[in-house]
Design a protein around this ligand. Structure first.
Ligand code: GUN
Ligand code: ZN
Length: 422
């Protein structure tokens, strides 16, 4: 990773960015000025005067936009995209668990970590919340590779000590000690660009004791928590069998202190009214993973209804149940899903889910998620051909014209990254 350029440098091109007021800004003649890895100006080209004196690179008609944020993805599933062995529990047994067991071999983990990060960056994702495998070494390998590329991420050792193959199980005490070592090495690394997140795979794969230890650690060290909930009925029923003391699925996590405003709950399709009310009260975020929900036939999350309750929602690719690393594909799937439930989402709402709302979910919106002065210069150049005149036109191109629109360049902290496709 090259250090950020200290001097100011500037680009001229159309700007597309979420705004503080809840909207999305589309400036057909915009400019972005960066220095020392941060944005010093993002706005209309004419307003740039005085901010930058040197040459300006003209990138028109490419669109300057913030890097996308993926709030739910699985690094050790990179090589099993498209394995159609669903629904969820059968897919975990037949496709996921055998592959995740391969991450006991560190060289394999290193190779796949490179692929995983390359594939995210190629699609313009510069920040993500990531599940590793249950292997401590594989998780170190992931962090090392994230650090090499300068990505912003929250990643965690996937906790599992029951209801999965022995090869993947890590005992409660060993797993917590591994988390502590990973926290020491990686949490808040590089001015918090990398953070460790407490990552119980889901309630079924964790004993009550492991969940309690995980909750304690998350609260002592003020860590983000990421897990799955309410993805399928079968999973929900098995969870209540395994945790017979709990009133419902969310209660399993609540009792362990795992549900609060630093929690990201993936899927949340099949929750009761009481579970929704408690999620809202706790301030937890839902990672909506529509492409995965389609591929595993898990059901439809009611995006508008959940957002109307005031529950924060962001977007996840959920690779490899999601079949693409692209957050543009995730936005398109979220749109399709919203039609399926009879409550169409707006394109600007979806664009915010994949940018600023993701940054809020990861508690890093001070640093990323939009093009604003003072934020890190984490941005992309999108080639949508000839951008349509209106905001609606350009958002339609970005979200839905996947074949003719492409991510041309990706920058983290103002440094351009080499992409495997470029
Ligand atoms: N539930 C528990 N583990 C997983 C996983 O790896 N993917 C998905 N989609 N759901 C899960
Ligand atoms: Zn997942």
């Amino acid at each position: 990773m090259t250090p950020p350029r200290e001097e100011t440098w500037a680009l001229r091109g159309p700007l597309l960015t979420p705004e503080a007021d809840g909207g999305v800004r589309w400036d057909r003649d915009g400019a972005l000025v960066c220095a020392g890895g941060a944005i010093v100006y993002a706005g209309h080209f004419r307003g740039m005067k005085g901010k930058h004196k040197g040459p300006v690179r003209d990138v028109r008609p490419w669109v300057i936009a913030p890097g996308f944020i993926d709030t739910h993805t699985h690094f050790p599933q990179t090589r099993i995209i498209g394995q159609a062995t669903g629904p969820l529990l059968a897919w975990l047994r037949d496709s996921v668990f055998p592959e995740e067991a391969r991450f006991a071999r560190t060289p394999y983990a290193r190779t796949v970590a490179d692929e995983f990060i390359d594939r995210m960056l190629t699609q313009g994702t510069t920040c993500a919340a990531i599940f590793s495998s249950s292997s401590e070494r594989a998780t170190h390998a992931l962090f090392e590779k994230l650090a090499d590329r300068g990505m912003r991420a929250v990643a965690g050792l996937t906790l599992m000590n029951q209801h999965c193959p022995k090869a993947l199980q890590v005992k409660r005490r060993d797993a917590i000690q591994a988390c502590e070592r990973l926290i020491k090495r990686w949490h808040d690394y590089d001015r918090q660009r990398l953070r460790f997140g407490i990552t119980p795979r889901f309630a079924l794969s964790c004993s009550k004791g492991l969940l309690e230890d995980a909750g304690r650690l998350a609260n002592e060290a003020t860590l983000l928590v990421q897990t799955h909930i309410g993805e399928t009925h079968e999973e929900g029923n098995k969870t209540l069998e395994a945790h017979g003391y709990a009133h419902d699925y969310l209660d399993v996590y609540e009792r362990a202190g795992l549900v609060h405003e630093r929690t990201i709950l993936a899927h949340a399709i099949h929750l009761s009214a009481s579970e929704w009310a408690r999620t809202a009260k706790a301030g937890a975020t839902i990672a909506h993973c529509p492409d995965s929900n389609f591929f595993l036939g898990s059901g439809h999350m009611k995006l508008n209804r959940v957002q109307k309750r005031g529950i924060p929602v962001a977007l996840g690719s959920d690779v490899a149940a999601g079949r693409a690393f692209s957050m543009r594909r995730a936005m398109a799937s979220a749109y399709d899903n919203s039609l399926c439930v009879g409550s169409p989402a707006q394109t600007r709402q979806l664009y915010r889910l994949a940018t600023i709302d993701g940054a809020r979910a990861l508690h890093c919106d001070e640093h990323t998620g939009s093009l604003e002065r003072g934020k890190d210069a984490d941005f992309i150049l999108l080639d949508v051909g000839s951008p349509g005149p209106s905001l609606d036109d350009v958002l339609s191109q970005v979200l839905f014209d996947n074949e003719s629109a492409a991510v041309r360049e990706v920058y983290v902290r103002g440094s351009r990254l080499a992409l495997t496709t470029s």
